[in-house]
Design a protein around this ligand. Structure first.
Ligand SMILES: [Zn+2]
Ligand SMILES: [Zn+2]
Length: 220
């Protein structure tokens, strides 16, 4: 089901794709109509349709990380839009192993198109007149990032933070110790009034997660 989060300067549409019920997003600037896909995880036609319905033109493809359920539609999206793919370089090994990752989940996948741009902590990316800041939050995967839209008070948290939970840290290349550091950073620095849009499950707020998320509040 499509969900749309509406703001004065922006709209964010989301759909749920694939067997792992991954949330993938289109976020666009209402003034310029430029938009980014965040996580081309599946259902490329659905994502492109979503952008069209919102009146947006895709100009960037931003990846929170390179797990198969977040990259599976990159080939089709790249072919349809020709736009640059952004990924943190620490997830390049997972990206390069996409075909093998796919086999484990029963995806038939062609090798992915090359990454065009590196993401790094603190980098600011423009989507039309919108600005998003990259937060490097490794742990779930070595190159996991969140995209923080400070003016909108929205963060797309990938598989780092979920409503009431966090992303798995028992996967190949996961690292529980860096996940703890990443969660401490979120807890310390992400404002309470931030709407959190996760890679899986419902939206939440940072305030809510500070109050109820056991992984932010207890030793584990
Ligand atoms: Zn993941
Ligand atoms: Zn995922």
């Amino acid at each position: 089901m499509n969900k749309v989060f509406d703001f004065e300067q922006a709209a964010i549409g989301s759909i749920v794709v694939g067997p792992l019920q991954t949330n993938v997003y289109v976020i666009g600037c209402k003034e310029t109509k430029e938009a980014a896909i965040i996580d081309a995880g599946g259902n490329a036609p659905g994502l492109l349709q979503l952008a069209e319905t919102l009146g947006f033109k895709i100009t960037k493809i931003l990846q929170t990380h390179a797990h198969i359920d977040h990259v599976a539609a990159l080939g089709e999206i790249k072919e349809a839009t020709g736009m640059p793919i952004y990924l943190h370089p620490a997830d390049q090994p997972l990206y390069d192993a996409a075909v093998e990752q796919g086999k484990r989940f029963g995806f038939q996948l062609e090798p992915l198109p090359p990454v065009d741009e590196s993401l790094e902590d603190g980098q600011v990316i423009e989507i039309g007149n919108l600005k998003t800041q990259v937060w490097f939050l490794p742990g779930h995967s070595p190159g996991s990032v969140a995209f923080f839209f400070e003016e909108l008070k929205v963060a797309l948290s990938g598989d780092v933070l979920f409503a009431g939970s966090i992303g798995r840290v028992d996967l190949p290349l996961s690292d529980p110790a860096s996940m703890k550091t990443s969660l401490e950073r979120l807890k310390k620095d992400m404002p309470d009034d931030t709407l959190i849009l996760s890679g899986h499950g419902p939206e939440t707020t940072m305030e809510m997660e500070r109050k109820r998320n056991p992984f932010l509040n207890q030793d584990w």
